[in-house]
Design a protein around this ligand. Structure first.
Ligand code: NAP
Length: 305
């Protein structure tokens, strides 16, 4: 039987998400008088990171939020970066903090990620956030994996009971996407640079996630017919981590590169900043109006007696 593979259009879905976020941001501003802020922190001069941070800041502004763009020099120390994060943690208008990975190697990146308070960890990078997500408790998921899961759910693809093979185990991508797929009841295998017989393992996958960071590392002939193929990689020239063009015609569904996982990462980050703003700003406004009402009731009470 012939079928048409589903192109998982992250670009189109991310546009839909942005449209819905514009309304939610307008509502926050109407109810609180505060424009929510996403703070982005970039350390050093990595050209790709500069582009990613700019794209995230622009997306934030497109939906009506402010982006506070902090660019620190290469020689920034861990103590200085921690102090910057502390300031942002204490700034009430800042609803989310994005610390762009990677920071220069002399900085303790893990300590800096973990300094971000849980309610502002909209990029899902803290150990605490990862642990809560893994335990299926409310938490902001790491943006790229959470974007992948949104894309899979949007297209109603079968995950429960399926064998998912994730190639890569980084803290921001491979590990969290494996946990998220497990939470969706997939049977998950995580592969990495020490995995033996990688091709044979990938050949058994109903769902393949490429998160290796090497151009077209996962070969088309490792992938069985009718698999769902998710390519999280991005390299110069619009190439991913999987030989996607060679395999896409015999998949059940696949992500294009570009236009698949990349736009979903940004949309997810922005959505999580809006959720954070709703939790922090709207809740504070409601609390204040309740307190004002109680104060009015107390001051009015004697007159009622
Ligand atoms: P990373 O931190 O470099 O991790 C790469 C992973 O691949 C590691 O776990 C590594 O294993 C594994 N690996 C390396 N060589 C391997 C081999 N020969 N066989 C099997 N596994 C191997 O990369 P990352 O940050 O997760 O990023 C992965 C890719 O996703 C990159 O292409 C990156 O550009 C892309 N990315 C895209 C977005 C987006 O928004 N679209 C966001 C983040 C990342 P070990 O742990 O054993 O070293």
């Amino acid at each position: 039987m012939s079928y048409t593979p589903v192109l998982l259009d992250g670009k189109a879905l991310s546009k839909e998400i942005e449209e819905s976020l514009k309304k939610r941001v307008a509502n926050i501003i109407r109810q609180t008088g505060v424009v929510p802020v996403l703070a982005t922190v970039l350390v050093g001069n990595d050209p790709s990171s500069e582009v990613y941070v700019k794209m995230k800041g622009n997306a934030c502004e497109r939906v009506g939020m402010k982006s506070l763009r902090i660019h620190l020099p290469e020689e920034t120390t861990t103590a200085q970066l921690l102090a910057t994060i502390d300031q942002l943690n204490n700034d009430k208008a800042v609803c989310g903090i994005l610390l762009q990975h990677p920071v220069p190697s002399h900085i303790n990146e893990r300590a800096c990620f973990d300094r971000i308070t849980a309610d502002k960890d909209v990029d899902g990078v803290t150990c605490n956030g990862f642990g809560r997500m893994a335990m299926n408790e409310p938490a902001f998921g790491s943006a790229t994996p959470a974007g992948i899961i949104k894309l899979i759910k949007h297209y109603n693809l079968p995950v429960e009971g399926k064998h998912a093979v994730v190639v890569g185990r980084s803290p921001i991508l491979g590990k969290p996407v494996a946990m998220m797929l497990l939470n969706e009841n997939a049977t998950v295998t995580i592969c990495h640079s020490k995995t033996e017989c990688l091709a044979e393992i990938v050949k058994r996958a109903d769902i393949v996630v490429g998160a290796v960071g090497k151009p077209e590392f996962i070969k088309a002939d490792w992938i069985k017919d009718n698999a769902i193929v998710i390519d999280a990689g991005y390299h110069a020239g619009g190439i991913g981590d999987i030989e996607i063009n060679e395999v896409k015609d015999r998949t059940l569904a696949y992500t294009p590169v570009p236009g698949g996982v990349g736009p979903m990462t940004i949309a997810t980050l922005i959505m999580q900043n809006v959720e954070s703003a709703e939790m922090q700003l709207l809740r504070r406004a409601m609390y204040q109006s309740d307190t004002e009402k109680e104060t009015e009731e107390i001051t009015e009470a004697p007159a009622l007696l």
